[in-house]
Design a protein around this ligand. Structure first.
Ligand SMILES: [Zn+2]
Ligand SMILES: [Zn+2]
Length: 364
């Protein structure tokens, strides 16, 4: 099969012929139909977030089950699936608490890029090729743990709903699950890429009445407005913290950071009103630290992380599809363009320039 392989951080991906094994116990082999390109892929391409190499990146995939390994339940050949980022082992302490978004096995898939048994299913002439989140959707096929393959009805265009694999679940989930945004509240979102726009839609769906979208790109601010932002701010033009605080007379109830940068994390905290909540959704550079004024805790200001939108995929994937059916969650509008796998490096170059919300690879 063809796959885009990252051999060295900072260098372009190379399209290579990769051998793929069949699924082992508890795994399925999926023919990828589509994959979104997410900012976390970009961070790994550029070594901002380190990863095992060589690797097939891509973690926002959707496809069709082609082969089912031993012991797999609830999945059949021909099922359409969205690949999610937690294998939901069902046995660890966090899964036991109903928090599969913090499943112990995510350490394996997210840090080591292997299957749950610590081995890989893809090789080039005997050399192991690791796969991001055990998905590695920048390839024509993937073997993934059964818990990470969520079956969905066949009526959907997989090149649209693949966004649920990462950006939508991370963003909508951050608003609905992590922050539990309340009706009538005010929300600020820093960064209007795929995740930021998903946070924005989650806030709108939750009934927030003031939604401030912050992004230096006019194109993304316009898209944010069309998706429900009531105000937009160009942070290259004004101080976004001061602007949010004056627009909302003292700060927002919820501020979301979707870029993974120290400066914007501190800004998000600075934007919330007393008793408000700042939610860090973006993935920071390895070893990054932020600083906050300790005196502000007297105002009961809160800051939290959000892991994969605090999502329980078996509950949330059908819920997001239902919102999509009802026209409340607009996925089609978030997709800037569809590309072929061979154009992947161009898509990363555009992402580096801050252009477009989401490019999606559609496999032939
Ligand atoms: Zn992602
Ligand atoms: Zn678990």
């Amino acid at each position: 099969m063809k796959a885009a392989v990252l051999r060295k951080a900072g260098e372009p991906l190379t399209i290579e012929e990769v051998e793929i094994e069949g699924p082992k116990t508890g795994e399925v082999r999926v023919k990828m139909v589509a994959s979104g390109i997410c900012h976390s892929d970009y961070s790994m391409v550029h070594g901002i977030v380190p990863c095992p190499l060589p690797a097939i990146l891509g973690h926002e995939g959707a496809g069709i089950v082609e082969e089912v390994g031993p012991g797999v339940e609830g999945l059949e050949v021909g099922d359409h699936v969205i690949a999610v980022l937690t294998p939901s082992c069902g046995e660890c302490g966090m899964c036991g608490e109903g928090k599969p978004f913090l499943c112990r096995d995510m350490g394996k898939t997210m840090n080591e890029f292997t299957q749950l048994d610590g081995t890989v299913r893809t090789r080039i002439g005997g050399e192991d090729i690791y796969r991001m989140c055990a998905v590695g959707s920048f390839a024509e096929y993937a073997v993934i743990p059964q818990g990470a393959a969520i079956p969905i009805p066949k009526k959907y265009d997989l090149a649209k709903v693949c966004l649920i694999g990462c950006g939508v679940t991370t963003g909508v989930g951050a608003a609905l699950n992590t922050a539990q945004v309340k009706p009538g509240s005010s929300v600020a979102i820093i960064g209007c890429g795929g995740v930021g726009l998903s946070i924005l839609q989650g806030a709108r769906i939750a009934g927030a009445t003031t939604i401030i979208a912050i992004d230096p790109q006019q194109e993304k601010r316009d898209l944010a407005t069309s998706l429900g932002a009531t105000h937009t701010i160009d942070p290259s033009d004004v101080n976004p913290v001061r602007e949010v605080r004056s627009t909302t007379k003292g700060g927002v109830h919820y501020a979301f950071e979707a870029l993974g940068l120290r400066e914007t994390m501190e800004q998000a905290y600075g934007m919330v009103r007393p008793s408000g909540l700042a939610v860090v959704v973006g993935v920071a550079k390895f070893g990054e630290e932020i600083s906050l004024k300790a005196g502000t805790f007297l105002a009961e200001k809160k800051i939290t992380g959000s892991a994969y939108g605090s999502a329980v995929p078996k509950r949330d994937v059908p819920r997001f599809l239902d919102l999509y059916d009802r026209g409340e969650l607009k996925l089609d509008d978030m997709i800037t363009k569809e590309i072929e796998l061979a154009a992947i490096n161009d898509a990363f170059a555009e992402m580096g320039r801050g252009e477009g919300a989401r490019s999606v690879i559609r496999y032939a």
